[in-house]
Design a protein around this ligand. Structure first.
Ligand code: ADP
Ligand code: GN1
Ligand code: MG
Length: 362
């Protein structure tokens, strides 16, 4: 447990009484704790300062995005305290505080009676998560995109991610290059294709929107009883982006038949039934807000986002595991390998993916 927790918790305006804190969640980026005081529960997080060099910008985005969503949810007759994140203020009325080493901490109300999953328990549940991310996309439609800070520069710029991988290869900082020749060769086949979505955007064929940019299944809280998407969380990377990438990120994580870090690649494939189900849920949630071209590029979003994530894991492995939290030797390499296996599966199912998307959009 982080040694600063006691000091940090005292700075937030919590109900009086004893409290406990325990590590929580499976995120790769922030440090997350569940804080309990009497009947009430809260999520306390230390924002990762290596990943987010300007964490105050992250908080400014989140304050504005959640305020916007709360107003939107209220207009639609929903429950603003449950259907988006609620920041807990400090005694000084701020939305975050610092520990003695300068780490930034924030607290949210814990959204009760929900679950977050690392694999979809049922296809229906995956469809409902798609609906929730689609709804988020639709609800953020009226938000002024250019007022948001870019919390991570070039976050979903696949060509830039390709170049970062080449840099990591050239530097070979952790001396691990010897074990990844096949993976590097795999990525290099995509040197040209990594541009496909950004080229379409630059040509004016698809719009830049406010997107979530981290739409994996465990970033949506689902109702414990009904499985319906209740609250989209992990808003650190809400920035201008492409809908096809948001769609693709959900597919690479949730339509896989195995965990993101599965070591037995025979167990890893992209399930076309899950692909279809998510496509249905997401397009329904977007409720007509996507253009025809955006829909047509959804399979490309799935392939490029999966490749991009694999390249990021591989680059981090080569750099010595500085970005993603790892729990074992070679963890980032295992993660990269599952992503490349999924890309291969998507290539094999390419025509089917295009058919599904065409069919769901009708
Ligand atoms: P990371 O950026 O490290 O992924 P997240 O913000 O996604 O951090 O939080 C990690 C996990 O903590 C989530 O997957 C979820 O299980 C849990 N969590 C986060 N916020 C809440 C909340 N407000 N209510 C309930 N659970 C939450
Ligand atoms: C990280 O924060 P988390 O664990 O939800 C990462 C995503 C990756 C994902 C891979 C800010 O997501 O971009 O796709 O791991 N988030 C950031 O599991 O880099
Ligand atoms: Mg997360």
């Amino acid at each position: 447990m982080n040694p600063h927790i006691e000091n940090v918790v005292m700075q937030f305006d919590l109900p009086d009484g004893a409290w406990t804190a325990e590590p929580s969640g499976n995120g790769h980026i922030n440090e997350t704790y569940l804080v309990t005081t009497g009947e009430k529960r809260f999520i306390l997080q230390r924002v990762n300062g290596y990943v987010f060099p300007k964490p105050e910008d992250v908080m400014d985005n989140i304050e504005r995005v959640t305020a916007f969503l709360k107003a939107q949810i209220e207009r639609e007759g929903g429950d603003p305290a449950r259907e988006t994140l609620t920041l807990v203020k400090t005694h000084r009325g701020e939305c975050f505080t610092y520990d003695r080493e300068g780490g930034l901490w924030r607290m949210y109300l814990f959204v009760e009676d929900t679950v977050s999953c690392d694999l979809p328990d049922t296809p229906a549940l995956f469809e409902l998560s798609g609906e929730a991310f689609g709804k988020f996309q639709r609800q953020m439609g009226g938000f002024p995109a250019d007022s948001l800070h870019e919390t991570i520069h070039d976050f979903h710029n696949t060509p830039a991610r390709y170049r970062q991988l080449e840099d990591a290869i050239a530097r070979n900082e952790a001396g691990r290059l010897g074990s990844v020749a096949a993976e590097i060769e795999f990525c290099r086949q995509y040197e040209r294709e990594v541009h496909a979505l950004l080229d379409a955007m630059e040509a004016g064929e698809i719009p830049l929107r406010v997107t979530h940019n981290d739409t994996k299944l465990n970033n949506v809280l689902l109702d414990r009883q009904t499985g319906r998407g209740v609250c989209v969380i992990d808003l650190d990377t809400v920035m201008p982006g492409l809908a096809a990438y948001d769609f693709g990120d959900s597919i690479r994580f949730g339509a896989s038949t195995a965990a993101e870090d599965e070591q037995n690649l025979d167990l890893v494939s992209c399930d076309m039934n899950l692909f279809e189900i998510y496509t249905k849920g997401y397009t329904e949630g977007c409720a007509g807000s996507l253009t025809e071209k955006e829909i047509r590029l959804m399979p490309m979003g799935a392939k490029l986002m999966t490749l991009e994530c694999g390249m990021r894991f591989l680059a981090d492995y080569l750099n010595g595991d500085k970005y993603f939290r790892v729990h074992r030797e070679g963890h980032n390499l295992d993660r990269a390998r599952t992503q490349f296996k999924l890309v291969r599966c998507m290539e094999e199912s390419w025509a089917q993916m295009a058919d599904i998307v065409r069919h769901c959009a009708q």
